[in-house]
Design a protein around this ligand. Structure first.
Ligand SMILES: Cc1cc2nc3c(=O)[nH]c(=O)nc-3n(C[C@H](O)[C@H](O)[C@H](O)COP(=O)(O)OP(=O)(O)OC[C@H]3O[C@@H](n4cnc5c(N)ncnc54)[C@H](O)[C@@H]3O)c2cc1C
Length: 475
């Protein structure tokens, strides 16, 4: 977007500007739909995101396991958002009363952008707790950078452990702890464990039994998104594979990688992955939009932002993980934070905004959960469709892959993912650790020759010249 079109004053515009905060599921799908619905003379569309791509999070566990190339679980904005202006930067403040948003770019000064209509799709962040050691030792699992880091870290630990004679150190390196037994946590541990078992076969000095995977879940069951029966089946499958699952148990501390659980269990683990839930993007607290006590923007079923008494905030819409949208199929409840809702809400929101711009009435968003599918490693999965149909094992895994590859934005990505799966079936997946990718300058730093210290000027013992001698000759 040319800088000249980012105005800082509230000048009247010929073409109304729709500003979309966040270029994730909600941002990408609402922008695409709006561009299709509205001509360039009807609206200018601007998306703001610090990342130049949308991440399809349901594929992160497979990206961590190397079943999908990490580049293929993201859809670059420049490719997916034709006819839409993209601003790279973080939204740092929202003043809807003035129709302005402050954007902080990675480099340079923050600036303000004005708009006529606002869409809030800022998503969520990891919900953490003040647990000693957590901030220093653990890693989240919400974005592609974290998924790649987990993969390289796990493969790197296996590689290092193969050359270690210290039994305690080896045990610590090969103990992998995941906290949170929802979809993200269960899929992540199941996929990564499957990859680790594949990888360890390559090392003559290591046994499969050297690997220890631990899942810690605070509630009495895992996968609350599916029925008790399927959750129980998944638990049984994980335990059969040797994954230790602690239910009704909390992580109390993990200082220096020493894990202490609420039931008194203690062990050392060099890998702690935190997947225990999400909360609405905290930047929303820096806005004049109405929020509920969980920090979500409150919205009507039409996806228009409204306060808790139902008063509509004009020209403002919200959807996805950061919004409290009533679930009309479950009166009194809100739509759960998942891609299934975010994607559909985004399209519905765009349709409603197009209707409003053409002076028509918006309609209510209503979606009955179509079910849930989860992958538990190669050829393993669980699925529950339309509430009643329960599928396990290979067919659930095929369902998972089919459902998500169809939902993945852009045909280019769909085809690349399917090509990668086919290649993995033929040649097995790649399990090489690329840990140094996270500090690529380390070797160069070590090889760099420090600049020579400047030589001190030699002490001058000559007599101080007299001012007379220096004085210019006068006529
Ligand atoms: C590991 C994992 C597995 C999952 N699996 C499933 C699944 O199997 N099925 C399912 O239905 N759901 C799944 N989900 C949940 C699903 O991915 C989310 O519910 C969905 O992506 C929410 O969409 P959103 O647009 O609200 O947020 P996001 O898609 O997260 O988009 C938010 C966007 O806002 C941007 N942003 C953040 N801060 C700022 C800022 N200050 N300024 C500007 N932009 C900002 C982010 O960069 C991001 O692009 C999974 C999530 C994870 C993490």
């Amino acid at each position: 977007m040319p800088q000249s079109s980012v105005s800082t004053g509230a000048k009247p515009r010929k073409v109304p500007r729709i500003l979309i905060l966040g270029g994730g599921t909600v941002g990408l799908y609402s922008a695409q739909r709006l561009r299709r619905r509205l001509g360039h003379r009807e609206a200018a569309i601007v998306v703001v995101d610090p990342r130049p791509y949308m991440t399809y999070a349901p594929f992160l566990p497979e990206a961590a396991a190397g079943s999908i190339d990490a580049r293929h679980v993201v859809a670059p904005h420049v490719r997916a958002l034709k006819g839409v202006d993209v601003l790279q930067g973080k939204v740092s403040e929202i003043k809807h009363a003035d129709r302005t948003v402050q954007i902080t770019p990675e480099e340079g000064e923050p600036y303000w952008v004005t708009y006529d209509h606002l869409i809030v799709g800022l998503g969520s962040v990891a919900r953490t707790l003040p647990i000693p050691g957590l901030a220093e030792e653990a890693i989240g699992f919400k974005n592609v950078e974290e998924a790649i880091a987990v993969r390289n870290h796990v493969l790197g630990r296996i590689d290092l452990a193969s050359s270690t004679w210290d039994a305690d150190l080896r045990k610590r390196m090969l103990t992998f702890t995941f906290v949170g037994g929802g979809f993200a946590g269960v899929e992540a541990i199941a996929e990564v464990e499957d990859m680790a078992r594949d990888a360890i076969k390559q090392y003559a000095s290591l046994e499969e039994s050297d690997l220890r995977f631990v899942l810690v879940e605070g509630s009495r069951r895992i996968l609350p998104e599916v029925s008790e029966e399927l959750g129980g089946y998944t638990l049984e499958q994980l335990r059969k594979r040797g994954i230790e699952v602690f239910l009704s148990t909390f992580l109390n501390s993990c200082v220096d990688g020493h894990v202490v659980l609420s039931d008194g269990t203690e062990f050392d683990s060099e890998t702690i992955v935190w997947t225990a839930g999400v909360k609405a993007n905290p930047v929303l607290a820096n806005s004049d939009l109405p929020l509920d006590r969980m920090g979500r923007v409150t919205a009507l079923a039409t996806l228009q932002i409204a306060d808790e008494t139902g008063n509509i905030v004009p020209d403002a819409y919200a959807a996805g993980d950061c919004a409290a949208v009533p679930d009309l199929y479950n009166p009194g409840a809100f739509c759960p934070p998942n891609a299934q809702h975010a994607l559909r809400q985004a399209k519905h929101l765009a349709d409603n905004l197009a209707l409003v711009l053409r002076s028509a009435q918006p309609t209510e968003y209503k979606h009955k959960n179509v079910g849930a599918v989860a992958s538990l490693g190669m050829y393993k999965g669980v699925a529950q469709m339309f509430g009643k149909i329960k599928v396990r094992g290979f067919f659930a895994w095929v369902l998972h892959r089919t459902y998500h590859v169809m939902a993945m934005p852009t045909w280019n990505r769909k085809i690349n993912i399917m090509a990668g799966w086919t290649a993995n079936l033929l040649w097995r997946r790649e399990v090489v650790p690329l840990g140094s990718i996270h500090d690529p300058r380390a070797e160069f730093r070590a090889a760099s020759v420090p600049p020579k210290p400047k030589a001190e000027p030699a002490a001058d013992h000559s007599p101080v010249p007299s001012t007379e001698a220096k004085a210019p000759a006068t006529a």
